[in-house]
Design a protein around this ligand. Structure first.
Ligand SMILES: Cc1cc2nc3c(=O)[nH]c(=O)nc-3n(C[C@H](O)[C@H](O)[C@H](O)COP(=O)(O)OP(=O)(O)OC[C@H]3O[C@@H](n4cnc5c(N)ncnc54)[C@H](O)[C@@H]3O)c2cc1C
Length: 449
């Protein structure tokens, strides 16, 4: 009988713990090396965003290995955006068609659920507190250091999912096998909390993602199962209005009371929170190639992106789905499958990196503007008239499996259509008339839509 293939997974974060289940179900013996302790015993120490938006690409990957139900139990659907203007007035916009939602999940919760699912396979062992490094990519050899031991091992394949600061990526760069760069953007983020109301109720609409768009910065809120909301302020790191200028909690409180008055009123311990929670940088990692010999990298290890499309984890989960699908088609030989995988995924990783940056402008600035809401209304009618011909960009990215690179290109065409249409006089009152919609279709046709 053939021996099962033996794989190492470096990093048991979101992507690594899901990929472990894919490998286990392919029949691999899997050793997982995770630098941190077991969060199920020690409490989650992720240190990054507390909750995340999970959407269709992520769900598809979770469903493929039968772990979606375990995740869904703790997930909260968010059917629409609720925008909070400075004067406290609210406007809303559905994310998709009736019943379509993005889902708020706890980072620690989903990570722990995925590790538990992976460990249900007898061929999986997770080694916590094992800081791991690359020794020889062609041989599939890695080494690890644990609190009271160290060791080395050779594997048929090494899957590096060790996140945005990947040590394996840095080792490959040192030997000239990989190039990568990190782009730190001007905005960082800080998390705050709106506590739950009485009896686990929520103080703001629960099944929604809340946005306080303020042109050059924004606050967002995602719901938690206990009724609280995790708030994230995306804000310039330096400058006259920045984390640096609001370092003093009392100064930050005055700023919040003016610019986010309704949210501020729901955070009685604002100053203590401001002092307690750190601000963190946001960056984009681009790298190439993603593999050498028996080692392949994916997830944030090769393509960390800014969080404004809620797609970092989703794209990492899609990496798992696609790698598995390609292994079915092309086999598991690293020399064949890894180059094919990186060639297919890299353009999509680049596209979602660009889309995520563009969506920051949309969220922090455009969502607050009437023209934006008008365009969304028109797009929704175009989509319902010809669902296959006009698919709004947000829908393509969030509620479809259309490759990100195709979505980006199509989004640029749709922007050109609306650059023309929004100039039409009286559009706000005539857009829903059959003649106007017909004219929009004619402009779309010129763009090949
Ligand atoms: C503020 C913020 C909000 C976000 N919101 C969303 C969202 O709404 N939706 C979404 O889809 N994505 C979101 N993301 C992105 C998402 O968090 C990442 O894309 C995702 O965590 C990537 O998963 P990963 O497994 O590749 O990396 P990670 O989750 O970072 O996991 C890497 C793992 O590797 C381990 N490790 C590191 N080095 C070593 C080593 N040398 N040896 C062993 N183990 C090691 C780490 O301890 C960690 O457990 C957000 C990110 C941020 C910062």
């Amino acid at each position: 009988m053939n021996q099962p293939k033996h794989a190492a997974v470096v990093g048991s974060g979101l992507v690594g713990s899901l990929w472990t289940t894919f490998l286990a179900q392919r029949g691999y013996r899997v050793d997982v090396f995770e630098r941190r302790g077991d969060s199920r015993r020690a409490g989650y120490q992720g240190g990054r965003s507390i909750n995340l938006a999970l959407s269709d690409r992520g769900w598809r990957a979770l469903e493929a290995v039968g772990v979606a139900e375990a995740v869904r139990r703790e997930a909260i659907p968010m059917y629409r955006r609720v925008m909070h203007a400075k004067d406290g007035s609210l406007s809303t916009q559905p994310y998709g068609k009736e019943g379509q939602a993005i889902w708020s999940v706890s980072r620690g919760g989903i990570n722990m659920a995925l590790m538990t699912e992976a460990e249900k396979h007898p061929n999986v062992s997770i080694h916590f507190e094992h800081n791991t490094d690359l020794v020889d990519a062609d041989q599939g050899r890695i080494q690890w250091t644990a609190p009271d031991s160290s060791g080395q091992g050779q594997f048929d394949a090494v899957f590096s999912t060790d996140g945005a600061n990947s040590g394996i990526r840095q080792a490959l760069q040192r030997e000239g096998a990989m190039e990568w760069g990190e782009q730190v953007i001007e905005h960082g983020y800080k998390e705050l909390v709106i506590p739950a109301g009485p009896n686990g109720s929520s103080l703001i609409e629960r099944e929604a993602l809340h946005i306080w768009p303020r042109a050059s910065y924004m606050l967002i809120g995602l719901p938690n199962p206990d009724g609280s909301f995790t708030m994230t302020l995306f804000f310039p790191n330096e400058g006259p209005v920045s984390f640096a200028s609001l370092a003093d909690p009392a100064v930050a409180a005055v700023f919040f009371a003016e610019h986010f008055a309704d949210a501020y009123a729901m955070m009685p311990d604002f100053e203590a929170q401001w002092a307690h929670y750190p601000s963190s940088k946001l960056s984009i990692v681009r790298s190439w190639p993603w593999s050498k010999g028996k080692v392949v990298l994916f997830g944030d290890a090769t393509h960390a992106i800014v969080p404004f499309y809620g797609q970092g984890m989703n794209s990492g989960f899609e990496d798992c789905f696609e790698l598995n699908r390609m292994m079915d088609a092309l086999g598991e030989e690293p020399g064949t499958i890894f180059p094919a995988f990186e060639a297919e995924r890299k353009p999509n990783a680049d596209a979602i990196a660009e889309l995520a940056l563009l969506n920051f402008i949309e969220m922090r600035d455009l969502t607050g503007q009437p023209e934006f809401l008008l365009r969304k209304k028109i797009e929704s009618v175009l989509h319902s008239e010809q669902p296959k011909r006009w698919i709004p960009l947000y829908t393509q990215v969030t509620f479809s499996q259309i490759p990100y690179s195709v979505a980006l290109e199509c989004g640029q065409k749709m922007d050109r259509v609306f650059a023309e249409v929004m100039q039409w006089p009286d559009l706000a009152s005539t857009w829903n008339q059959p003649e106007t919609l017909q004219k929009i279709w004619e402009v779309a046709a010129k763009e090949g839509i």
